[in-house]
Design a protein around this ligand. Structure first.
Ligand SMILES: Nc1ncnc2c1ncn2[C@@H]1O[C@H](COP(=O)(O)OP(=O)(O)O)[C@@H](O)[C@H]1O
Ligand SMILES: Cc1ncc(COP(=O)(O)OP(=O)(O)O)c(N)n1
Length: 276
């Protein structure tokens, strides 16, 4: 195969800029599984490490912003991604570093404004919320808060997703997708500044939703990397996240079990042959 033909056969690339979950349920670990689920080569810039399991976060170790910049430069210079997602960014200096590296690149960007873990720990410092809105939202293709994050960002108490999505777009993001895992109705709501689109998702009443939001936003980025339009990518993200909950590993730990985008229980190690 010629090198041009070999390059044409390569998978699309997507990058996650987020934090590690030592329990393997959310964060970078969930993102890379979602990228693989979508047939996309995943790359990662890790901004913080969490000591975390299914019951909660016990410690957070922040990477120096200079090392975040080193990772960004390593990836962006050699392996430019076709789409990027951000997850847990933790601090204002990290957000500024990320924004400085992404500004002007024109790469589709999904911002998952991760603020508080479902276990209650803060994953975005209070003094970093303004930086997220002012420096990163204008660079986004779409932001994907859950209902509670959307309420915190807008200061609105309503559960009316159309109203909240419009307020999010008014904050500077070109499009907002409010996810529906926690709401009364399991509906994802997309507003792109012109039209509203409601996307029902199948809800599974399982104790295995840890990492659902990460899986959702990573799938959305992977679909954009593969050339899908925003509405199609949003529908696929809702379906993949919902399926990951259906396949979730209930009982894996003492708390909320991790979602499983790859449905690993149906996989087994390859059979070894004489050639191996
Ligand atoms: N119980 C559930 N059953 C099916 N899908 C779910 C469930 N919880 C979450 N999801 C899926 O995960 C997505 C994100 O979930 P959500 O709870 O809104 O965000 P987060 O995990 O960030 O709190 C939803 O849009 C939905 O597709
Ligand atoms: C390292 C890390 N990143 C993100 C989250 C939040 O995960 P998410 O899927 O948005 O929601 P919950 O699993 O907290 O419901 C996290 N916990 N850790």
């Amino acid at each position: 195969m010629s090198s041009t033909a070999a390059a044409a056969a390569l998978p699309a690339r997507a990058l996650t800029i987020a934090s590690s979950d030592s329990g393997g349920g959310a964060g970078i670990q969930a993102d890379l599984k979602a990228f693989a689920r979508c047939g996309v080569h995943g790359m990662s810039v890790i901004v913080a490490l969490t000591a975390q399991n299914t019951t909660g976060v016990s410690a957070i170790h922040e990477c120096p912003p200079r090392f975040v910049a080193d990772q960004l430069e390593a990836v962006l210079t050699d392996l430019p991604p076709a789409a990027i997602k951000t997850g847990m960014l933790l601090s204002a200096p990290i957000i500024t570093t990320v924004a400085n590296h992404l500004a002007g690149k024109g790469i589709p960007l999904v911002i998952d404004p991760v603020m508080v873990a479902s276990s209650g720990s803060r994953l975005l410092r209070e003094d970093a919320v303004a930086a997220l809105i002012e420096e990163l939202f204008p660079l986004a293709t779409v932001i994907t808060p859950n209902l509670m994050e959307a309420q915190a960002l807008t200061g609105l108490g309503t559960e009316n997703r159309a109203e909240i999505a419009e307020a999010l777009v008014a904050l500077g993001a070109p499009a907002a997708l409010v996810t529906g895992g926690h709401g009364i109705d399991p509906i994802d709501h997309l507003y792109d500044g012109r039209a509203h689109l409601e996307m029902p998702v199948t809800r599974y009443p399982l104790a295995a939703t840890h990492g659902a939001g990460c899986t959702h936003s990573a799938t959305l980025a992977a679909c954009l990397a593969r050339g899908m339009d925003l509405a199609g990518a949003a529908r696929t993200a809702g379906t993949v996240a919902s399926e990951a909950v259906r396949c979730g590993l209930v009982g894996l730990g003492a708390g909320d079990g991790p979602v499983d985008a790859l449905d690993v229980r149906r996989l087994s190690p390859p059979t070894l042959t004489d050639r191996h």
